[in-house]
Ligand binder design. Structure first.
Ligand code: PAF
Length: 295
């Protein structure tokens, strides 16, 4: 039996637009939470943020093939539509938009968004073509839903940065909000991919959060050398026997260029494989400001 407070499930773009035209007719604000499903508390926090600012919240669920590279987990990515609808029931999202693959990429689809600049380092280097797929599908979703605001999680910091730049460069009239990372009580950042981890690997994956905390502690204690901090972060990660590091970096939070010295707000960001599951995480480091002069 369907839950009475479940959001309405829409799969066609035409019926989505009809439904949203009614909201716009009443001058309602529309919020979009783009997801690939397998929803967890991190996604639900974005839904709540949208609920607090918008009159109608649309959650899109679409496992976007074009952002997965060869050999990545597109086939096995969890597809849990009924559980997702159940999870959303308590959050008050009005609409779930779950289009079929062929409705997003129709036969003959040949137009792509090629993000440059902030899409190039880090994930861009490790996953060639990933942000081309992300930017293209996000722009398509923004065009289909035409939301006033779209919500992204800070866990995918670079993705949110790429989207912010795309929206600005292409004059898309949607505000982009980036919401804080939601963590498990032990610090592991929530991710749909955590479900791949065996219990033992789940325990080892805590080295990601530990290494970010270590970076914050070193900065608090006065260390300013990026090389020293990154070296210690890597050492902490490699205490997990099967950890394979894709990158550990300290970068400028706007340009995502590496920094040599911590002089202001800096992003510590990493991607690590544990038991063949690729996990990413990040945190903003803030060196304590100059002390007020003693009178
Ligand atoms: O973050 C995600 O889940 C995806 O990259 C997104 C933004 C829904 C695009 O497919």
């Amino acid at each position: 039996m369907s839950n009475p407070s479940s959001p309405e499930l829409v799969s066609g773009v035409a019926s989505l637009r009809d439904r949203l035209a009614a909201v716009r007719g009443q001058r309602g604000r529309i919020g979009l939470v783009p997801t690939m499903g397998a929803l967890h508390e991190g996604h639900l926090s974005l839904v709540r943020a949208s609920k607090s600012e918008c009159d109608c919240t649309v959650v899109s669920i679409f496992v976007n093939p074009s952002q997965f590279g060869p050999g990545e987990d597109f086939q096995r990515y969890p597809r849990t539509l009924q559980a997702d609808l159940d999870a959303l029931a308590g959050c008050g999202a009005e609409l779930v938009f779950a289009p079929a693959g062929e409705d997003v990429y129709r036969p003959g689809h040949a137009t792509w968004v090629e993000p440059g600049g902030v899409a190039e380092p880090l994930e861009g280097r490790c996953r060639p073509g990933h942000f081309r797929g992300v930017a293209t599908v996000v722009l398509k979703l923004l065009n289909m839903v035409a939301p006033d605001v779209a919500y992204f999680g800070q866990k995918d910091y670079q993705q949110a940065t790429v989207v912010r730049h795309m929206v600005e460069d292409l004059d898309v009239p949607t505000q982009i909000r980036v919401c804080p990372i939601v963590r498990e009580p032990d610090g592991l950042a929530m991710s749909s991919r955590n479900a791949y981890l065996s219990p033992a690997a789940r325990a080892r994956s805590l080295v990601l959060w530990q290494s970010l905390q270590l970076a914050a502690t070193l900065v608090d204690e006065g260390e300013r050398g990026a090389e020293t901090i990154v070296r210690q972060m890597r050492q902490r990660i490699l205490t997990a026997e099967d950890a394979r590091i894709d990158y550990v970096a300290l970068v400028d939070p706007e340009s995502l260029e590496p920094v040599e010295e911590i002089v202001g707000r800096t992003l510590a960001v990493l991607a690590v494989k544990i038991e063949n599951t690729r996990l990413i995480d990040n945190c903003l480091l803030q060196p304590p400001g100059p002390r007020a002069p003693v009178a």
